[in-house]
Design a protein around this ligand. Sequence first.
Ligand code: AQP
Length: 328
Amino acid sequence: MGRVFSGLQPTGELHIGNYIGALKQFTDQSGHYYCVVDLHSLTAEPDPATLHDRTLDLAALLVALGLGRKSCVFIQSQVSAHAEMTWLLACEARTGELNRMTQFKSKGRNRPQSSVGLFLYPVLMAADILLYDIEEVPVGDDQRQHLELIRDVAMRLNSRYGDVVSVPKAVIPKLGGRVFSLTDPTQKMSKSDPDPMSKVLLTDSDQLIVKKIKAAVTDSGREVSHDPKAKPGISNLLEMAAVLSGESVASWVERYRASGYGAFKQAVADQVVAVVGPLRDEALRIRRDEAELERILASGRERATEQAERRLVAVKRAIGLHLPGGHP
Ligand code: AQP
């Protein structure tokens, strides 16, 4: 992978869909930036104390994944270039483009009380990515449209001012790019779904994970087979198990085709526990060692700031803003 950026919001608790769609693709390499995007989460108007705690919980989870040594793990609001770049890019993005975003359509359009932040959400995302000369953005399928917009804004900027930013591309897993709800397998698994049984959280106990997978809505019939249209529930569990085990869907089907849904669900639950259990325990351990966590975040902030400021100055110069000292 080339230079990578991925941002996660400290809203709600992360679920297995976030893990499969995004986190699982993260690797600890220099030139990779993993960011707790707390500014984005303000669009959900969080309670201040909860936001503060969840920001550290999420940072601990990223460190538990083994990130933050060579790669940068940092908190978005601690690098002020993100907010500044957002304004510069807001003047490049078009209201028509932002109005077409399905996330804005579903969460904010035609609601006079919805915040301007919700409308500008993809512009802040563009700032996050364009500040770091990013080539690849590992995300779930729900972010495809935002990434297309960011590419358009980057290309517009480059055609007006010369090649001033890199044009990134989304990296969406072929399998697991969209993990579906356990209670309604036609809908995306979602942090904001109020039904706790709809999602496996990365903080769930082993027992709760087993309970949720066993209760997952499945389809009529008894045969375990992969057919997302006719059998969305079983297909969702098959894809989840395949991605988490590193085996193919076909091998899971072969093993459980005739075993009935009960034994199949138990095996899927065991697989989910095998991945989530150690990650959850390690994240808790790191979260308790706040001094060490703050040290990793400070190092991430320092390195991120250096890179972000460099790109911000280059963009300002290209646009014609007067830099301190008057250098052209
Ligand atoms: N169901 C999913 N399947 C695969 N990938 C997913 N992602 C989210 N849901 C799924 C990916 O996870 C990353 C998390 O980004 P985020 O923290 O900004 O996520 P979010 O939007 O707060 O989480 P949700 O669950 O998508 O929240 P709702 O639906 O409530 O707004 C992203 O890369 C995303 O693609």
